[in-house]
Design a protein around this ligand. Sequence first.
Ligand code: GDP
Ligand code: IMO
Ligand code: MG
Length: 423
Amino acid sequence: MPAHVVVGTQWGDEAKAKVVDFLAESADAVVRFNGGANAGHTVAVDNDKFIFHLVPSGILRARTKCIIASGVAIELKQLCDEIDELITRKIVVGQNLLISENAHVVMPYHKALDAARNKLSSGTGTTARGIGPVYADKHAYMGIRVNDLFDKKRLLEKLRVSLKEKNVVFERIYDIPPFDPEQIAAELQPYAEKVKPFVANTSLYINRLLDDGKTVLFEGAQGTMLDIDHGTYPFVTSSHPISGGVCVGAGIGPQRLGRIIGVVKAYITRVGNGPMPTELKNATGEHIRAKGGEYGATTGRARRCGWFDCLVVKHAKRINGLTEIAITKLDVLDEIETIRICEGYLYRGQRLTEFPEQSDILNECEPIYAEFPGWQTDTTEVASFSDLPDKAKRYVSRLMEAVGCPASLVGVGPNRSQTLLAQ
Ligand code: GDP
Ligand code: IMO
Ligand code: MG
């Protein structure tokens, strides 16, 4: 079965892009199926570093088609900037990028609303990329899709309908001047022209690739704990970053899915607000942040860091039906003397071994830790899994046991070459 899925198992930033880039070497296509420019996906190749927000992370592989499917919310200027940067850096884009005609478009008023809501309440602490508002419009039948951009009359009509309500909210609640539909349509024009050659029926295209036996990799954005239904609601994002989101977001049937690879950071991070039982608000947390470069690839915010949480990843295994995991950033733990992993939570005197569904329960959970002796050896130069220090191998085995599936890859540094096959 050649449809393989890569999803985040934690709160995002698990290094999904590095795994996708690695696997894309043998993929015919890479498909983004959820989220938007809230994602920040980093790929490092030799001395070059790329950060993708909308373009799939397979784009550095010249023979791989990259597809932005209908489940993605597209911010046109951001997409055009990414395309321009890739062209400047001599990466083949022309024949290799396809964009769904049904993907929803993030409008300036979505971003303004997102930012205004962030200011008004402490809330989720979103990336302010307009993600909540654009998906809200989609589900309220008020969204504007890529295809609408090419019919000026229809575009203006849709903008007018959407802004009729929103301009009242902007003026009365947020003290923000109203948006003008004509001006928005005019500003979008050059970007619409630029993306037009890439626009296609991507569901048809992907299904044909699969019918022809081609290998298609689906690149999740965000992580399972940010899923709108299965994450730590309301501290979540507005899409489905889970394997089930592939079928909805890309328009393929579930029987197509083969490998479901959960990307698992060797510790845990979270950006934005919301519960995180194993968060380390101490020198160890700061050490991990500094060593792991844990600053948001989209907003630059410091990521909250904590010990590996087995309950989070067990939850992700169940929700996604993971067949395997890819463990990343093992090297970040290289210097730590005693490593902890959370095996349960203490909640009002009771031991919980499954991740609770309610965020308010999580706020009262105390992690129950097991301790592991650190390997205190530099692993960044290790070239094969068998050469890892025994204590590091033992840690990897414990993570596999905790999740309940085998690891296929282990990351020991940001570079493409620092990826070990865990056989
Ligand atoms: P994504 O959103 O899941 O694709 O992850 P991000 O790109 O936001 O964050 C992952 C960060 O870790 C990036 O800066 C990567 O370059 C870096 N990275 C990826 N894998 C490794 C690894 O195995 N070790 C280290 N030290 N850094 C890594
Ligand atoms: P990648 O794909 C980490 C978080 C935000 C906020 C919440 C809602 O790089 O792993 P949103 O802007 O989506 O409405 O914000 O979700 N968030 C991410 N955290 N990695 C991401 O993407 C994220 N995308 C959104 O910080 O807490
Ligand atoms: Mg990221």
